[in-house]
Design a protein around this ligand. Sequence first.
Ligand code: PA5
Length: 428
Amino acid sequence: MKNVSINTKQALKHIPTPLVEAVSEQVYNGYKTLIRRNGPGNDFLGWMDLPVNPDKKLLERIKNDVNEQKKKSDIIVVIGIGGSYLGARAVTEALNFSRKPSFPEIAFAGNNLNALDLSLLMDKLDKRNYSIVVISKSGTTTEPAIAFRILRQHLIKKYGENEAANRIIAITDKSRGTLKNLSDMCGYPTYIIPDDVGGRFSVLTPVGLLPIALAGYDIEKILEGAGAIAEMCLDENQAIYSPAYQYAIARNVLYAAGFDIEILVNYLDNLNYVSEWWKQLYGESEGKDGKGLFPASVSNTTDLHSLGQFIQGGTRKLFETVLQVDRVKYDITVPEIDGDIDNLNYVAGKSLHQINKIAQKATTSAHLEGGVPNITIAIPQISEYSLGQLIYMFEFACGISGYTIEVNPFDQPDVENYKSKMKKLLKG
Ligand code: PA5
C-alpha cells in the first residue's frame, strides 16, 4: 500500500537556518511532551492509541448495526456538529465516488440552525425509510439537540414509539448529559465516546466509525492507514521521519517566520470537508492565549478565480499546504475537434486530472514567486487507507504543534463565551 508523504523543502527554502534549527528544537520538545503524555490536557490523549489496538468488539457491533440498518433504512440521518460530525462527513464525501448503492444514503443534520435544510430533509424523509444516529459528547449542544427533538418527533409520527426506538442510535458520554439520560429513558441503544477523547479528535471512535461504516466504507482500512502512521509517530526513533512530524516542523517554522495564516488547498472538491474537519481541528486546538495559525482553506481551481488574486498578491502572511492527489478513479479525456473552433485542441488528448495537476504545478510556482511558501502532501489516491493516514497525521501534528506554541491543544475554553450569552438571550 502506498503511503501519504510530505514535501516541505520549498516551504523552508528561504527561511534562515538558525530559525529552522531553533524551531525544530521547540517542535522536538513539543513532540516529547505529547509522547510522554505529561503536558496540559494529557487526560485527552486516548485518540493516540485508537488505531494501535482497534477495539474488536466495537468493530463487530458496528458490523451488526450496519447489517441491520442496510435492511431497513434508505437514509441514515446523522445528527451532530463540530467534532461530532465533521470527521464522518469528511470521509464519506471524499469517498463518495466509490459509494455502493446497497448501503443507505447519509444525510447530515443538526450542524446549523437553517430551517430550510431541515424542512427539505423532512420532505425527503416523508417518502423514504430512515433511521437516526445522534451524536453529542456533552449531550447538551443546542443545534443537534434541537434537530434531534424535531426529527425524533417526525420519526415517532412515522413509525410509532416502539419502532422509532429501533431506529435511533445515540453516541454520547458513558454516563453524563441529557442525550444519555433521554436514551436510557426511551431505550435507545448507545455507543460510548471514550472519556479521554475530545470531540475534534474523535473520528476514529464510534463518532466517525459508525456513520462511515453505515455509508458502506471500510473502517478497518481507515484504522489500518491511521495505524501505519501511528506506528511511526509513537516510536521515538522513527517519528522524525513521519509526515506528521515533518508537517509540524514546517508549519511551526513558517509561523515563527511571520506567516500566520495557513491555507489548506485541494484540487478536488470532494476533499472540501477534509478541509472543514482540518480547520476545526487546528482552529480549536491552537487558537488560544492570543496565539495560533489561522486555518483557512481553498478548493482549486474554483478558488483561483476568487481568492487566487489575494493569495498571489495580497497581504504577505500566508502559506499553503496542498493536498495533491496523484491518481483518481474517474477521469475524462478532452476530445479533439475538427477545425479547433473553440481553440482548445492544445489540451486535446489530455485528461481533466492531468490538466488539474498542471494547474497545481503552475499555481504552486506562481504563488512561490509571489512569496507564498508551499508544503505539499502527496496522497497516492483517495481511499479509506490514505484518509486514515491523513487523519492520524493531522491529529498528531496538531498535538505536537499545540505543545510547541505552549497552549493546551485539547481544550476549547473560549467557545463557552458565546454559548452562555446565547443561552441567556434564549431564556429571556
Ligand atoms: O472539539 C470539540 O470538542 C467541539 O468542537 C465539539 O465536537 C462540538 O462542540 C460538539 O460537541 P458535542 O459533541 O458535545 O455536541
